[in-house]
Design a protein around this ligand. Sequence first.
Ligand code: TRP
Length: 338
Amino acid sequence: MLNVKKQDVMFTGIQPTGLLTLGNYCGTMCNWKIIQKKYQCFFCIADLHALTTRSYDHSIKYNFSANILDMVALYLACGVSPYDSIIFVQSHVYTHSQLYWILSNFVYFGELSRMTQFKKKISTYKKNINLSLFCYPVLMAADILLYQTNYVSVGSDQKQHVELVKKIARRFNSIYGDVFIIPDILITSRECKIMALQEPTKKMSKSDNNKNNTIFLLDNLDVIRLKLLQSLTDSDPLSRIKYNIYDKPGISNLLSILSFLTQQNISALEYEFKNYRYFDFKKQLSDIVCDTISKIQKLYFKFREDENYLIDILKFGAKKSLIYSKKNLFSVLQVLDL
Ligand code: TRP
């Protein structure tokens, strides 16, 4: 089924918590269609990672399996091809948890304690500071290293984790020889960091409590329009459409979105909109955002209807991933004399 022989491997993972956002799209997903032609891509739905922030409150419904199918349909809608790429669920492939345990012997307590995301999470999830929250990057290391990954596609918040993964791989290799390929972060020409609409100094996130901060790819188009029209700007009396992330983070964020979707550079847009009022600028922007998202949604609904097809993709993905990863896990077991 996988028809092209590609040399280099690209790996990426996303947790199946909440729905994907415009931030995910502009940050990474928009590149996948092109990247998969160049690299052997693995798209991992990281359900084991998502367990780390699950509450023990049984009244909360997580709908993991429905979320997973939503994600697969969205991947397909964004152009990921199950013929070119491998889409799979982390928990379907047992090698991940096995390599995780092995690698945890090669990471130090101090290193994990210094992870910014860990520090943030223990202040957010005060009642559930579990061990997995701490070891989270080690499972990521297993995910990445199992596939002899050359490039990892991650958002900026995950870069520190990937640096740690490289360190773990180098440490292991320095003892046992060249067992792992040292991965690099994938740099693409088209990517952009989108900020929260009401708090434009923080990143747009799918788990934000304030839903007005986030544009979900599956939001109703009228809702998207409203969120953009009501996005926070500033009280500049001249309402200048100018890019300046310190003085005008709101307008700068909107300009970044527009620049990304129209592929026009920011200064050209500043010029084009120099006589616009904020509201009119936002109206134009929302037309363009809705246009992009409605195309994705149309495809999404078509794919989402056929659950059996989506399940088959995941079954095939798990089978393929197991074959790839088992080979690498066996080399690790061998050098450890296990
Ligand atoms: N931790 C990543 C996130 O929350 C998801 C993830 C899990 C991942 N395993 C990975 C990303 C491996 C890249 C590579 O965004």
